[in-house]
Ligand binder design. Structure first.
Ligand SMILES: [Zn+2]
Length: 253
């Protein structure tokens, strides 16, 4: 009996909490309509976003808010650690709809500092089913093992965040959807950005590809920049240059 009362109390508390969301939704809709009369009825007919955002599911990285875009202006796909896995029909379908139907001009993979998924992958933390998903991040980690091992521990997670963005942006470039768009002359630019949880700012990692033959160079150039920046941060922290692997800066990818 006691248990039932407790449960009823819990359900009430939950419905009050959710009620707040409906209240806030009502205020948001009223404010939006007051600011731009007819806003929602115009959106009924069509959406015409220029951008596809592929970001992390983390609640601290709200896509539309942090680039100041309204409903209808940003097509969004989010998952844990902003991955684009070649066989992920969910993400691939989003890309296909964005490119073929909405004709977006830009596809942006956005990672963020201190990503919990990337941290778990870096440190081999077991969290359950998600470990299988994060295995993709561990593959990135393993591909850059030498570089990461040479960095101060406090830099490793954010370095892997950026390496992962480059890898996922390259994966986007390798999808049949994007490759076919490029072949038929459609303008689609693929980018990789990182968002700083500590300052709310986006940074362009400068892997910017507009055609299939640019992808390799764009990836290598962006990778060299990431490595250079983290080696400098390592040196600043330890007064020791980070070891460069035997075959040079790009040897461990
Ligand atoms: Zn994250």
């Amino acid at each position: 009996m006691q248990c039932n009362i407790k449960e009823a109390g819990g359900a009430d508390a939950m419905s009050i909490e959710l009620q707040e969301l409906f209240q806030k939704n009502r205020e948001w809709a009223d404010n939006t309509e007051a600011r731009e009369p007819g806003f929602f009825t115009r959106l009924l007919n069509q959406q015409s976003p220029q951008y596809l955002w592929i970001g992390c599911a983390d609640s601290r990285v709200p896509a539309n808010d942090l680039v100041g875009l309204l409903p209808g202006e940003l097509f969004v796909h989010r998952n844990v650690a902003n991955l684009l896995v070649h066989s992920d029909l969910n993400a691939l379908s989003v890309i296909q709809y964005a490119v073929d139907a909405l004709q977006v001009s830009h596809i942006i993979v956005v990672g963020h500092s201190n990503c919990g998924g990337v941290r778990a992958a870096m440190l081999n933390t077991r969290a359950g089913l998600v470990d299988n998903w994060l295995r993709h991040v561990q593959d990135v980690r393993d591909a850059h093992e030498g570089f990461l091992a040479g960095l101060h521990e406090s830099l490793q997670v954010n370095a892997l965040v950026e390496l992962n963005v480059l890898e996922q942006a390259r994966n986007v470039c390798r999808t049949t959807v994007v490759r076919d768009a490029w072949v038929r002359g459609q303008s689609v630019v693929v980018h990789g950005w990182v968002y700083g949880l500590h300052n709310g700012l986006l940074e362009d990692l400068k892997i910017t590809a507009t055609s299939a033959d640019q992808v390799g160079l764009a990836y290598d150039t962006a990778l060299a920049l990431v490595k250079q920046r983290y080696r400098q941060q390592h040196a600043a922290l330890t007064s020791q240059p980070a070891p460069v692997t035997q075959h040079g800066a790009l040897s461990d990818h």
